[in-house]
Design a protein around this ligand. Structure first.
Ligand SMILES: Cc1ncc(COP(=O)(O)O)c(C=O)c1O
Length: 391
């Protein structure tokens, strides 16, 4: 690994291939994946429809630049707008890049309204990616330290505190947009009150702010609806997504509607690779498979089964403070730091993740069978019980 930058620490496994919900190392050992490449491979690994779409498209045209139209980009933009109720899409390559697009839309929207220092309302514990604008919008100091000066033009309130938003609306006339994850992922699977997003939408409408949702992690079926905001039946002005959009093929999107939809004009934004025919082919196949295989319903059912079974097997474990989730986005909060559980998981042949120091984060593929869900519950519960007795 001496030729790689040390951005991710020393890896514990060399993965050779994957199939469905399972990953295989180079010795042939298999691991039940409860992370999906960090909320990416919702349809599991080596999904035949997606592999075929990528293979066929690669024989036709991989890239031609955004100077030209391609039918794949047209088909994908129509599909994603029909699903989301948004009116147009900008395609890019990652979550952070989609978020950069949203931030630029908000700033230009503010400028067009005559606001000299357009300011975006963001939240504590937010995570929006690793570019400079994205770390400035993010809430955790650890992603910002050493990279100052950060971007200005952000004001922060506590996540899930609607009164704080109401107060800022009275005080700060530079605010032009709210940018928020419907459920905080990296921040610890923080699920707001049921009507938080509805109230945010109302405040945005009253103040002519853009409601901008970061659905990079929550989107593409993860929570049991295609987008998480659809549980609340609201219509945002800007939605960003990426991760699960291409089931592992890199692609991101910034979707806009209403006032936000014609802010960006020729020359104001772009991306060389964004929305190329190959990436779009992967995303089209992913979306089609999500619907033809009833993945949203499975994500809901499997998620409920996991939360229910984990809650009952861990009911008497005092180290467990809370088990929460929506669809296949689940957090188990312990009363102590538990980063070691990642390595312990590997020894027990399951792939899990720990975020925000003490939250076990489960992001299993949305295709899990009931048997796979139960295997995860049994293995993980055993691990948590012995960890809480020893640590
Ligand atoms: C909510 C959210 N936004 C943005 C990002 C950044 O996405 P990417 O790593 O594709 O730039 C992430 C990644 O974890 C995320 O969870």
């Amino acid at each position: 690994m001496k030729n790689l930058m040390n951005t991710y620490g020393a890896p514990e496994l060399l993965i050779s291939h994957g199939s469905g919900a399972w990953l295989y190392d180079q010795t042939g050992d298999k691991y039940l994946d409860a992370l999906s490449g960090i909320a990416v491979c919702g349809l599991g690994h080596s999904h035949p429809a997606i592999s075929e779409a990528i293979a066929l498209q690669s024989e036709q045209l991989v890239h031609c630049s955004n100077f030209f139209a391609t039918s794949n980009q047209q088909i994908l933009s129509k599909k994603i707008c029909d699903i989301s109720g948004m009116s147009n899409a900008f395609f890019c390559n990652s979550g952070a890049e989609a978020n950069e697009t949203a931030i630029k839309i908000a700033r230009m929207y503010g400028k067009n309204k005559g606001i000299e220092i357009p300011t975006i309302l963001v939240t504590s514990n937010a995570f929006h990616g690793r570019t400079l604008a994205a770390i400035s919008a993010s809430g955790a100091k650890k992603v910002q330290v050493g990279f100052e000066p950060l971007l200005t033009g952000f004001e922060r309130v506590n996540f899930n505190d609607i009164h704080a938003v109401k107060n800022i609306a009275k005080e700060n006339k530079n605010i032009c947009a709210v940018f928020i994850e419907p459920i905080q992922g990296e921040g610890g699977i923080n699920i707001p009150n049921d009507n938080y997003l509805n109230e945010l939408e109302k405040i945005c409408r009253e103040n002519n702010w853009l409601l901008m949702l970061d659905e990079v992690q929550t989107g593409n079926g993860r929570t049991g609806e295609y987008f998480c905001y659809q549980h609340n039946k609201i219509q945002p002005d800007v939605v960003t997504t990426s991760k699960g959009l291409g089931n592992g093929f890199p692609i991101g999107a910034c979707l806009a509607s209403g006032l936000a939809s014609d802010i960006l004009q020729p020359g104001s934004h772009g991306s060389t690779f964004g929305g190329n025919p190959l990436a779009c082919a992967a995303a089209i196949a992913t979306i089609d498979s999500i619907y033809s295989e009833d993945i949203l319903i499975n994500a809901k059912n499997i998620g409920q089964r996991l939360v229910y079974s984990l809650s009952s097997t861990l009911a008497n474990v005092t180290a467990v403070k809370s088990i929460r989730g929506m669809g296949c986005m689940i957090g188990i909060e312990l009363d102590r730091p538990c980063k070691d559980l990642f390595s312990i998981g590997i020894k027990n042949k399951i792939i899990i993740n720990v975020t925000a120091e003490n939250i076990i984060r489960l992001l299993p593929p949305l295709i899990y069978s009931e048997e796979e869900a139960d295997h995860l519950t049994n293995t993980l519960s055993g691990m948590i019980k012995s960890y809480s007795e020893q640590s």
